[in-house]
Write a protein that binds this ligand. Sequence first.
Ligand code: IPE
Ligand code: IPE
Ligand code: MG
Length: 255
Amino acid sequence: MIKRVQAWLGRKDRQQPVEISPDNIPLHVAVIMDGNGRWAKRRGLPRIVGHQNGMKAVKRATIAADELGIKYLTMYAFSTENWKRPKDEVEFLMRLPEEFLAIELDELIEKNVQVRVMGDAEALPSYTRKAMEEAVARTQNNTGLILNFALNYGGRKEITDCMRSLGKDIEAGVLKPEDITSEVIDSRLLSGGLPDPDLLIRTSGEMRISNFMLWQLAYSELWFTDAYWPEFNKEHLLQAVAEYQRRTRRYGGLK
Ligand code: IPE
Ligand code: IPE
Ligand code: MG
C-alpha cells in the first residue's frame, strides 16, 4: 500500500488536505517566477518592491522544495529578453543575486543546498557574476537540493549556441553528423547533467513558456497559478505537486 502524507493547506483552504505521495515526488521542478511587477502595482508600489518580495518567495520555495524531497529546483530569474526593460529595473534585478546571497547563502550552506547557475554569464555586470560565482564555489560540494538559477537565460540562445558548437566540431573533423543524438545535445545544453524538469510551475496567470527550457520541457507537466510570484508559498508548491501526482505521463505511449 502506498504510504500517503497529508499536508494541510492553510487559511481558507484548511478544509482540504493535500495528499502527497512520497513515492512520486517530481525530481526536477522548474519555475517561471512571474508577476512581481503586477504584485507591486496592485499595492501602489514601484515594480522593484515586487522584485524585492520575490526574493523572499525564492527562499520560501527553496525550503519547501527541500522539505518535500525535490532534488532539483530551477528558477527563471532573468531572461535574455529582460534586457528590454528600463535601465533602472534591469540594474535593480542585477543587484538582487548579491543581496539574496548575502542574506541567504549561509542558511543555504547549512541546508546542504548546492547553488548552480545557467545562462550567459559574460553579459552580466561583474558584481552579479561575482556573487553567483561565489555562491557556486562555496556550495559546490554540497549534496542536498540543487538550486539552479536561470540568469540571463534564453532557450533559443541555448539551442543556437549548442548548434554552433556542434557545427564547429564537425568542421574540425572531431564529430560526425550521424553521431549527433538527443543525448549529445542534452550534454551540450546549459542544463547539461540535470534531468529534464518533471514539473513546470508558472505564476501570475500567464500561460506561456517565454523562452524557458524549450528543449528540456518536451514532456514536463505544466502547472499554472494566478498567484503572483511574491505570494508564492509552500501551499502553492504542495498544490502543484499534488496535481502533478494526479497526472498520467504517457510520453506518447499508452498507459
Ligand atoms: C518576474 O516578474 C520577474 C522577472 C521577469 C525578472 P515581472 O517583473 O515579469 O512582473 P510582471 O510580469 O511585470 O508583473
Ligand atoms: C519570464 O517572465 C522571465 C522570467 C520570469 C525571468 P517575463 O515577464 O519576462 O515574460 P513575458 O514577457 O510576460 O512573456
Ligand atoms: Mg512578467
